[in-house]
Design a protein around this ligand. Structure first.
Ligand code: 9MR
Length: 385
């Protein structure tokens, strides 16, 4: 039977709305009309979750996440400041809840992240006398942290974002001038990956960054990773975060980035996908959390709801993006959304605080949006079928 796109979406809507309502977490694959089953022969489909979604406080969200997604990234709770707030104190309680949730629901757990310039306590970079730490001190700290954290989750984490956002956003230098680079030097990445491999030889190891669809940053990323491969640094994949908006980056740039990384012989992962639908002035794709823009009511037009024409636009953009991912499904091993629903997206606070954004597939009432159905449809029509 031939169905037009609109009719197929209507059929899917009725199936999936009932799936959303009757979901039981114990049988995530009972119905076929879920993202995790639609893409099961293509790539993992992941979601970033927060504590309340995995510890039972937001049980409805947890059930939807378990039913729809096959991979899970803790949005914040495996960052250095959460796991290792003081020199002699590790705290795994919060993060362990994600490992339990992932195991219970048969989801791959992604460790995010080991080494980053952000969300890392100040003491990490300080020496005993208040001066900056020496290279040796910081390398030792890095080794202890990676060995302890990766060791704790050994056998539970499928892959780690070992180094996050090390590339610069401009200027002559390849690398960002972070405390890691200033104190250790450019080889800090090599050490981080080697420590991670020592701690869990089975876990996949990834480099993760934003804005890699930008020509300069993509080329710099390729250069960085080529160098690591030449030096026999253990790395298995590259994560392109993919914080997109409705028009940018272009399909051509998205595709070039996937191809450039696949050409290195590494796994390609889309690690933090969302589509910002609000007006912005800053450089598109720059997810540097320190970047801020001036608040302005004109930049917050959808506080009362998301109109149908915009829902359609978002659905079409997601269809375009997933068309590219499916074309490259042999290179892509995972596509992860950065948040379950619009209400919990970081984009409500970035780069202007307190806005109402609508960047994901599921709305604030935890109902699937037209964008959800366009992605589901893409999966159901995948060439793998
Ligand atoms: O979504 C995360 C937000 O809740 C945090 O406040 C923020 C700072 O830790 O980090 C956000 O996630 C970032 C991710 O860890 C790395 N890439 C950019 C993401 C968005 O800022």
């Amino acid at each position: 039977m031939f169905l037009t796109d609109r009719k197929l979406i209507l059929v899917l809507t009725s199936v999936v709305v009932s799936v959303f309502q009757s979901a039981t977490a114990e049988e995530p694959d009972k119905n076929t009309a879920t993202l995790r089953s639609a893409f099961k022969d293509d790539f993992l489909v992941g979601v970033a979750l927060n504590t309340a979604q995995v510890d039972g406080r937001n049980a409805n969200a947890g059930e939807i996440a378990a039913r729809q997604f096959s991979a899970l990234t803790p949005e914040n709770d495996m960052k250095w400041q959460s796991l290792h707030p003081q020199p002699d104190r590790y705290d795994f309680k919060g993060a362990d809840a994600y490992a339990d949730f992932a195991e219970k629901h048969g989801m791959a757990l992604i460790g995010h992240n080991l080494i980053w310039h952000s969300q890392t306590p100040r003491w990490v970079f300080q020496g005993a006398d208040g001066k900056p730490a020496t290279r040796e001190e910081l390398l030792k700290r890095m080794e202890d942290h990676i060995h302890t954290v990766v060791g704790h989750f050994k056998g539970k984490v499928k892959g780690w974002d070992v180094v996050n956002e090390a590339l610069s956003d401009g200027g002559p230098d390849l690398l960002r001038d972070s405390p890691w680079r200033k104190i250790i030097g450019d080889d800090f990445l090599d050490h981080a990956f080697r420590f991670a491999r020592e701690a869990d030889p089975q876990a996949e190891l990834y480099y993760n960054d934003y804005g890699l669809e930008n020509e300069r940053k993509r080329a710099n990323c390729v250069k960085l990773i080529k160098g690591m491969l030449e030096r026999k640094v253990p790395i298995d994949g590259i994560g392109t975060q993919s914080h997109f908006n409705l028009n940018q980056p272009s399909p051509g740039e998205i595709e070039k980035t996937i191809q450039a990384f696949a050409d290195l012989g590494l796994k390609v992962m889309i690690t933090e996908l969302d589509v910002d639908i609000l007006p912005g002035r800053g450089p598109q794709g720059n997810a540097d959390i320190n970047r801020r823009e001036q608040a302005d009511p004109a930049a917050n037009p959808y506080t009362g709801g998301f109109p149908d024409d915009m829902q359609e636009k978002l659905a079409r953009r997601y269809a375009e993006i997933f068309g590219i991912y499916l074309k490259h499904r042999r290179s892509i091993t995972r596509v992860t959304f950065w948040g379950l629903d619009d209400g919990t997206s970081w984009l409500n606070g970035f780069p202007i605080r307190g806005r109402t954004n609508h960047p994901l597939l599921i709305d604030r009432q935890l109902k699937p949006k037209p964008a959800f159905f366009s992605v589901l449809k893409a999966g159901m029509e995948s060439p793998a079928k």
